[in-house]
Design a binder for this molecule. Structure first.
Ligand SMILES: Nc1ncnc2c1ncn2[C@@H]1O[C@H](COP(=O)(O)OP(=O)(O)OP(=O)(O)O)[C@@H](O)[C@H]1O
Ligand SMILES: [Mg+2]
Length: 429
């Protein structure tokens, strides 16, 4: 729709990608290259356009619950950007289950996961009240198995109701491994059905200078990671520190855990990250994250208050910033510093490696960081050193702080961790 298109801005690097009608649109790119925003805007523009009447979009992530804070959030943000404050005249936004419906064309967007047999089966029976399933967007596509994609591909068939329509699958992802099936299937194999695309944060004109700076730091400190997440080239994330985690839905309510607390790593140009973690039978559950850039402490406190962050829980904080800890205390939070000792980073990592970590799908930044957090590689010998790369590790710092009360001699009662010396030592509460 010309009117809709005029209201949003696109990066030129995606121009051809947004025009192609090839069946497979494979879009690899660095972190922050603008893939997700572009695809979200592209679909909202197209699905609002009567020219494509009868089109419907299925959005897929490996874990269905991850859709809410990523694809659904991007698509609703695109609707608001395109249609302004009276967007609800044009689009209906439904939360339970997530669904978007264009009031102009009747086109719908639905969201699914591909985590297990049950979810794969459900995908096979999707139907829409108007038109057909024409388009599928697989976000963070490297999380899927090749077989998942074949199931999805099978769904795009039959006579189309409108000559302007075409079947298309879109994949957006960071090129995490040169041996990944997605490279073989869409990049090494040449076909008229495939449109293979590449973008980097350098071709995203909406990226701010602070992001460029962080990327330059990464280039120096983590050349392997920079290759993938900075340049969008096929790489290998060797030396990943934590592999003992799952991203999955779970009950995050306070009462089900043996103990629960917050952990905070301060930042301004770097992210400021607050995690709320629960422990149950010695396993760690990351329940909630606040992850923001360029916000001062007062603004973050306001945000935490608005979100109803539990003030009764202890908050383990980065020791380097006593003034900020003081501000949190004044605001009524039970914040105090994590005492640093020689080698505490290693001790925290050792502890983290030995427990099972569950990450709630709403914690998208924790998920992104944990996938990339790795040991530094010695450029001369090619061997991994015993020190973590110190970029894009703000949620990981909070995660490290979060195990402090457990690591420091947990008190056990009938097998469960119920309190800790560290927590009990806190004065004045
Ligand atoms: N067309 C656009 N209009 C306005 N802002 C944009 C646009 N494209 C990208 N941006 C900005 O750039 C940021 C990064 O874009 P986006 O999240 O789409 O990157 P990405 O390629 O999906 O990154 P990742 O690989 O980390 O998921 C966005 O958060 C947004 O601030
Ligand atoms: Mg993205």
């Amino acid at each position: 729709m010309a009117m809709a298109e005029a209201r949003v801005q696109f990066n030129v690097v995606f121009k051809e990608a947004n025009r192609t009608r090839r069946r497979y649109r494979a879009m690899k790119g660095s972190a922050g290259s603008g893939k997700s925003v572009n695809v979200a805007q592209d679909y909202i523009v197209k699905l609002s356009d009567p020219k494509y009447k009868g089109a419907n979009l299925l959005v897929v992530r490996k874990i269905d619950a991850s859709n809410k804070n990523s694809t659904f959030a991007e698509l609703t943000a695109a609707i608001v950007r395109i249609f302004g404050s009276d967007y609800d005249r044009y689009w209906r936004i439904k939360l339970n289950p997530l669904e978007l419906e264009c009031k102009i064309t009747g086109s719908q967007i639905i969201f699914r996961g591909m985590k297990d047999m049950n979810e794969r089966e459900k995908v096979k029976s999707i139907n829409f009240p108007r038109g057909k399933l024409t388009w599928i967007w697989v976000e963070e596509a490297t999380e899927l198995q090749e077989a998942d994609v074949d199931i999805l591909d099978d769904r795009l068939r039959g006579i189309l109701p409108n000559p302007n329509l075409y079947y298309q699958m879109t994949f957006t992802f960071n090129p995490v491994s040169a041996t990944h099936w997605i490279k073989r299937k869409y990049f090494d194999y040449k076909s008229d059905d495939i449109f293979a695309h590449h973008s980097t944060y350098l071709t995203n004109r909406f990226i701010d200078p602070a992001y460029h700076k962080r990327m330059m730091m990464r280039k120096e400190q983590d050349p392997e990671g920079y290759e993938i997440y900075g340049l969008g080239n096929w790489g290998e994330t060797g030396g990943v520190i934590l592999k003992n985690y799952v991203v999955e839905e779970f009950d995050t309510s306070f009462s089900r855990f043996d103990s629960m607390h917050h952990a905070q790593d301060f930042g301004y140009n770097h992210a400021n990250c607050i995690l709320t973690v629960g422990f149950k039978d010695g396993e760690l559950f990351v329940c909630n994250e606040i992850y923001v850039h360029e916000m001062d402490t007062a603004q973050i406190i306001e945000m935490a208050n608005r979100q109803g962050l539990n003030k009764r829980l202890f908050m383990y904080c980065d020791a380097a910033e006593p003034d900020r800890i003081q501000m949190w205390q004044t605001a009524g939070y039970r914040a105090f510093k994590v005492i640093k000792e020689p080698n505490s980073v290693h001790a925290q990592i050792d502890y983290l490696k030995q427990i099972k970590i569950h990450i709630h799908p709403s914690c998208v930044n924790t998920t992104k960081e944990i996938q990339q957090w790795s040991w530094r590689k010695d450029p001369k010998t090619g061997l991994y050193l015993d020190e973590p790369v110190e970029v894009f590790d703000d949620a990981m710092a909070a995660l490290r702080y979060s195990v402090e009360p457990m690591r420091k001699k947990p008190v056990r009662m009938s097998g469960n961790v119920v309190g800790t010396p560290a927590a009990q030592r806190i004065p004045k509460w």
